[in-house]
Design a protein around this ligand. Sequence first.
Ligand SMILES: [Zn+2]
Length: 254
Amino acid sequence: MPLLRTEGFVLRAYPLGEADKIVTFLTREEGKIRGVAKSARKSRRRFGSSLEPWSRVSLTYFEKEASELGRVDACDLLESAYRLHEDLDTAWLLAYMAEVADQFSRDRQAEPHYYRLLGSLLGALREGLPRGVALRYFEVWTLKLHGLLPDLSHCAGCEEPPGRADLIVDLASGSVLCQRCCGAEGPSRVALRHGGRTVLASILREHPSILASRKLPSAGLKEVGRLTSASLLAFVGAPFKTARFLSVAEEVAW
Ligand SMILES: [Zn+2]
């Protein structure tokens, strides 16, 4: 059985029989992997708190041939997310982020940018990045790094840059049009106004720790939220289970 050593985040852990757990990791070098942590349920000493969601761990893992499920040999805690989980609303945000990241990450396919982004975002949350900003930052970059964020620099119809005018994103076709070319908002159409695009530009340009000390306008954040929520939903096809637990001010369109 080949041995693998890598660093990763725990995305989720769930019981397997009386004694064990199945753990999903998002690792730096290998992308998403799943493994059985023997005796993790029976003895807390075996893995300590390293199997809690968003723990950053140093992982030793045995791969099994012809099985996507390996065996977790050692899982040493590098950085705990325990303090973040003490706040209930932040805990739900982390649960949502874990569910979305699990859906978007592919098995055994490293995504170093995404991995770094998640680490930076957790760091910024510890430094006081507001939850509502963290949520949109996470969604925008999840879409962006998976090629799903529409290009808002110009209208796809007349090819004009929007200036201060509204842009309409048609989620069914993925096209971005100005109001002259598109007409009104509709069921599969989301408008992004100048304020929303300014917030989106900040999210795309700045490191999340910078945004911890800068106030982003809530109206713009809401617009970005409408776009990201609708885009994620259009891609995944069904709402994320944990989305309904996000606090009302942050959830916007779910
Ligand atoms: Zn146009």
